[in-house]
Design a protein around this ligand. Sequence first.
Ligand code: SF4
Length: 255
Amino acid sequence: MATSVLEVGSPAPVSGADGLDLEELTRLHSGLSGQDLLRAFLGPKRPGPVALVSSFGSESALLLALVAEIDPALPIIFIDTGKLFAETLRYRDLLIGRLGLTQVRTIVPEADRLAVADPAGTLWLSDPDACCHARKVEPLERALAGFDIWISGIKRYQTAQRATMPTIELVGGRLKLNPLAPWSRERIETEFARRALPPHPLEAEGFLSIGCVPCTGRVRTGEDRRAGRWRDSDKTECGIHHSGALRAPAGKTDR
Ligand code: SF4
């Protein structure tokens, strides 16, 4: 059975930048999910700086709506890899207006870094892991500076690798909240429909999980929703959800 808390081994307390006891927060709130978990971290007793990280992909609107119902001014980090569909950028703008989001931050890779790592823009062909690192992981590291807590929209049903994802993890010296981790696809659909949220425009064209243009394909009937991502390769993740993928800020560790 999937656990709700990422196990940490040392008895020493883990503190955030403002002296937060991240392990204690994990213990207190690990049984929560959805808006119950979000309210514990976004309510009046907010324990520290929090950001939501969103791809504005096919299922993103629901978590954005759940957050907007609590705090539409929450900082939302959107990584524009430079390889995204134009439809995704337009969908981001549509949802900003529809949900009243006021703090969406679009983060791009540093030009100097790409000039070295991916000068021709074709690194995805030869080394997609390195491409994801330069275009997603590193920009996210920069964007999360100053935040003790970040929120992601991953779900356990999405991949085998995510099947045991806890609702709260201690990653890179920060808390990572996965409020939808235990939710089923049916529950996502129900809540999405209940709020009359607009779907990503590419869903109607058969793109059921949407990332960068070169690494996203249509999903055939009967296939898993993520089957079009990095098709014909073993790669299933961009890397930002790997435990330890993000470097710990100065003075912070997971041990
Ligand atoms: S999804 Fe593809 S194009 Fe986008 S960053 Fe990863 S490898 Fe590069």
